[in-house]
Write a protein that binds this ligand. Structure first.
Ligand code: F6R
Length: 613
């Protein structure tokens, strides 16, 4: 949540910062602000609302400074307002700070500072930071070159919670200091320019060389150099990482919205995810993992932990691992897992799925699992993200940057990867007939083509959306693997169309929810498992009898006259059917949102990367 950018170089900082903020707006969009070093003073311009409001402010074009920081906010402490928006400054206006994260002990710190004569203009947790920096700066009688850094460091060591912070000072007009703990921040570097951002895509058009900071590592930036220090201010060396994503991956490329672009990118994304995971000997390959047959055989349980859509991808992993490897798997929501005292020991493997790799609850759940002695494996889309740095092992989906708040290609690539992982485990364990595994692998390689075929339903879905966009409630039904898709489809619909929806295991309907079925209500069912299709049809019949309108997504041969609308998708192995059956439902959510005139990429109250609990 919240996006921060920074620039230090030879060009005017303001246009670069505004462009960066626009690209980060998916992380939060209720207010925005910028601060630059202008000769011997700090400029400060802030506004409630979107980044475009900031860009339209009178006087913003007059900012000449070549060093600056900027922020787009997703409010946590204090309602969206100009005062509460970042950057924040200390009472003497010597330091400007942008912050992403939450300072949990800000009340104590605020009291401490108030007792020491400081006053506050906002309701934010962040405002304590510049004042603490000022406090330590003025208390420090030394006047050496590390004085600014010492003040930032001392302030940060007082902070409890999560933070990615950028600091500039009018007293140090050629420097910027940045630090992070449990919140994302990357440093892009070119010869005489440095770019800061909450994520890589926002600054990909300037550089592909990045420094990644670990928790409580401080970077002091000048135009030509970055020096790194640990929390005791010992110097540390860092290598840049070259990121292969290209800049156009973070642009809309002629699509109206990122979401539609990302839906259409799924064939390519899945090709990248599969990559060379299936080698020339037709074996699954994960060179980065070192799981032996003995270790896997000894496992009592695998946990798959994630949030939202990533958790739904995890459900498909449970299906595959249990069926192919015969190891019990529990899937849990990260925010619940971490507080329910899960039974974990060295015979537990914990898998964490996170597109961004920065989701606070997922990271906390991972840390807890490590403490309890489990091995941890991260599945992420973002190279070098926090979760991948915490985990014992990491594997990447390689789906390319996902910008739209609603996750689409990240979901399908997660489903592919965790299912390949299940096959890989099964090969090591020799727990499944090789012929079965080979057939599944063949199906994996066919997926990109089948996704392309599935996307041909676009026009049908677009027209169907026109007929149902005013619905107030929608039900999604499925059994087995199809129920996991019902969950994901329901989430997608509600988050971008604001239509209330719920998903149910089809057989569960008559244990209560069927009371909600009334004349004209829309029930969407997914039917891809030939073993369960008859059962689900019986359940659909029950809702038809009670007056429901029905849409069916299927790869089975059905009597189409029974239903109001049927969308056919290509046949594939059950393990992978979610990848195809979700596509019409992603498109449906998208077109309903468009029909309602909503902001598809930036739905209300949401942000892409949830870096707070
Ligand atoms: C829904 C959506 C969210 C995320 C969830 C986890 O479309 O995008 O439910 O899946 O916030 O995010 P990551 O995968 O970044 O941990």
């Amino acid at each position: 949540m919240c996006g921060i950018v920074g620039y230090i170089g030879t060009k005017k900082a303001c246009p670069i910062l505004l462009a960066g903020l626009s690209r980060l707006e998916y992380r939060g969009y209720d207010s925005a602000g910028i601060s630059t070093i202008e000769k011997n003073r700090l400029s400060l311009m802030k506004v409630k609302g979107r980044v475009k409001n900031l860009a339209n402010l009178d006087g913003i074009d007059n900012l000449e400074g070549t060093i600056g920081i900027a922020h787009t906010r997703w409010a946590t402490h204090g309602k969206p307002s100009k005062d509460n928006s970042h950057p924040h400054q200390d009472n003497s206006k010597s330091f400007s700070v942008v912050h992403n994260g939450i300072i949990e002990n800000y009340n104590e710190l605020r009291k401490f500072l108030t007792d020491n004569g400081y006053s506050f203009y906002s309701q934010t947790d962040t405002e304590v930071i510049p004042n603490l920096i000022h406090y330590y700066f003025t208390k420090d009688i030394a006047n050496d070159e590390l004085k600014f850094l010492r003040a930032v460091k001392n302030a940060c060591l007082d902070l409890k919670g999560s933070f990615a912070i950028e600091v500039i000072s009018k007293l140090y007009p050629d420097n910027m200091i940045v630090v992070r703990q449990d919140s994302p921040l990357v440093i892009g570097t070119c010869e005489d320019e440095k770019y800061l951002s909450s994520d890589i895509p926002a600054i990909l058009s300037y550089t592909r060389d990045f420094y990644l900071l670990n928790d409580l590592e401080f970077a002091v930036l000048t135009r030509n150099m970055v020096k790194f220090y640990d929390k005791d201010l010992n110097k540390i060396e860092k290598q840049t990482q070259n990121i292969e994503w290209n800049a156009s991956a973070a642009e809309k490329d002629g699509f109206d919205d990122f979401m539609l672009k990302e839906i259409y990118e799924q064939p390519t994304a899945i090709r990248e995810t599969i990559g060379s995971r299936i080698n020339l000997d037709n074996k699954c390959e994960f060179d980065e993992l070192q799981f032996t047959k003995k270790y896997l055989n000894n496992l009592n349980k695998i946990y798959i932990v994630a949030c939202g859509t990533a958790m739904h991808a995890g459900l498909t992993g449970k299906n595959a691992i249990e069926k192919l490897c015969k190891i019990p798997v529990e899937v849990d929501i990260a925010s619940e897992f971490r507080y329910r005292d899960p039974i974990i020991d060295e015979k537990t493997l914990c898998i964490f799925i996170s597109q961004s790799g920065e989701t606070a609850d997922t990271i906390a759940a991972l840390k807890l699992s490590k403490e309890k002695g489990a091995k941890t494996l991260a599945i992420s889309n973002v190279i070098g993200s926090s979760i991948t740095r915490e985990a014992d092992y990491s594997i990447y989906t390689h789906a390319g940057p996902e910008i739209a708040v609603a996750s689409t290609k990240a979901y399908t690539s997660q489903v592919v990867l965790i299912n390949i992982l299940a096959i890989y485990f099964a090969e090591i364990l020799e727990s499944c007939d090789i012929k079965i595994l080979n057939n599944i692998k063949k199906d994996i390689l066919d997926l990109p083509k089948k996704i392309e075929e599935t996307l041909k339903c676009n026009e049908i879905i677009k027209n169907f959306a026109k007929t149902i966009y005013q619905e107030k409630d929608v039900f999604f039904l499925g059994r087995g693997i199809d129920e996991t898709v019902a969950k994901e489809a329901s989430l997608k619909l509600k988050e971008i169309s604001y239509i209330h929806s719920d998903s149910y295991a089809a057989g569960e309907l008559k244990h209560g929810p069927i009371a909600l079925i009334e004349n004209g209500i829309l029930v969407i069912s997914i039917l891809t498992d030939s073993n369960l299709v008859k059962k689900t049809i019986s359940n659909i019949q029950e809702v038809i009898t009670r007056g429901a309108k029905t849409l069916v997504i299927t790869n089975q041969k059905l009597d189409k006259n029974m239903f109001d609308k049927v969308i056919d998708i290509p046949e594939t192995n059950c393990f992978f059917s979610p990848i195809l059956s979700i596509i019409p439902l992603q498109l449906l959510a998208y077109y309903i949102s468009k029909e309602k005139g909503l902001d598809v990429d930036k739905p209300r109250n949401l942000a892409k990367s949830v870096t707070v609990e």
